[in-house]
Design a protein around this ligand. Structure first.
Ligand code: OKP
Ligand code: ZN
Length: 341
């Protein structure tokens, strides 16, 4: 039988955005979400031509962004697009949402829509974020149209912290949620988030939805970003009650404990749901050398995780989320995807 390659989507416009800095305990650090990340993945993908078919996405239909994000949020990103080159807006005022009236055409009001201090807006943010979403959407279409059983997008900037009308955690558009809204037209969707951080944006979008099951495995939110979401008590609401699962693992988690969480908690929940599609929010900040995360997974563990997840036998869209040890990021991504081959 002929071996089919995994389609991988990426657009060079995703590389035009360069967030400058971020704060870590009062120290100004180089922004971890740099273009070097995508470069590392792109290089690793290109060096495995036998496994991957690298493709450029078409522009994402604006309707698919609007299906997941508010008019105001899109307007704000548009306003940022006219900032002078080299200027970035980092919000410093975060008003009470119930008591303030924001103007999304005024970039100074960005704090109304933003929840942290590490997610700048500049003239290129909209460009890169919409091409990142386009890559995700194109990978989603491969699955939607039944052309492939697995597809991957080098979706940078990432998406899982962004919700309908707010952004943060280096995320602007929620790529996984955009793809889920496409796949939902044809069936039941599970989004499994294996980034080190809780996928609060994804959780929020589908919190009251019983057709999209959201699961996130992450470090304890009491100690790690995003701090205010990701607890096991968050199980969904309304008809979505029982359709959100948060799995917290301790610092220094290694593969055996990670595998146990997958097999004993995550997979039974997925199987009970009887999904038609899987979206994997793949972060590699669970890697042992990651400067942001605190787990101890090895490069070879990602292949094992990929293999375990592919044993669910679901058409799968793999989307890039975090992972900040740039040098090994590409080989970690290839390792995970190899598990699907
Ligand atoms: C994004 B993703 C405090 C340092 C923490 C936020 C981490 C965002 C992670 N300013 N910064 O889930 O990989
Ligand atoms: Zn992360």
């Amino acid at each position: 039988k002929e071996k089919t390659k995994i389609p991988v989507y990426f657009h060079t416009k995703q590389m035009e955005f360069h967030p400058k800095y971020e704060w870590a305990l009062g120290n100004r650090i180089k922004h971890p979400e740099s273009t070097k990340r995508a470069e590392s993945i792109f290089k690793a993908i290109k060096s495995h031509k036998e496994l991957f078919d690298l493709k450029e996405p078409e522009r994402i239909p604006l309707a698919s962004i609007r299906a997941n994000h508010s008019y105001e949020l899109v307007t704000l990103y548009n306003s940022a697009a006219s900032l002078p080159d080299g200027q970035a807006f980092y919000p410093s005022v975060f008003p009470d949402k119930k008591k303030s009236r924001p103007d999304p055409t005024n970039i100074k009001h960005a704090g109304f829509y933003c929840f942290d201090s590490g997610t700048p807006l500049d003239s290129k943010t909209w460009l890169a974020a919409s091409w990142s979403a386009a890559s995700a959407y194109a990978a989603g279409e491969e699955i939607y149209k039944g052309r492939s059983s697995v597809a991957y997008a080098i979706s940078r900037p990432p998406g899982h912290h962004a919700s309908k009308d707010s952004y943060g955690g280096y995320c602007y558009f929620n790529n996984a949620a955009i793809v889920a809204k496409l796949l939902k037209k044809k069936g039941r969707v599970v989004i499994l988030d294996i980034d080190f951080h809780h996928g609060n944006g994804t959780q929020e979008v589908f919190y009251k939805d019983d057709k999209v099951l959201t699961i996130s495995i992450h470090g304890d939110p009491r100690d790690y970003f995003p701090f205010f979401w990701g607890f096991s008590s968050e199980i969904g609401a309304g008809k979505g009650e029982g359709y959100n699962l948060n799995v917290i693992l301790p610092p220094k988690t290694k593969f055996p404990a990670y595998k146990k969480a997958l097999l004993e908690t995550v997979f039974p929940t997925i199987k009970r749901f009887e999904p038609d599609y899987l979206i994997l929010s793949a972060g590699f900040d669970t890697y042992k050398l990651d400067p942001v995360g605190d787990f101890l997974l090895e490069t070879s563990d990602f292949e094992k995780i990929g293999k375990l997840i592919s044993s669910l036998d679901l058409p799968t869209v793999v989307l890039q989320e975090g992972g900040y040890f740039t040098k090994d990021l590409g080989k970690n991504a290839v390792s995970l995807l190899r598990g699907f081959v």
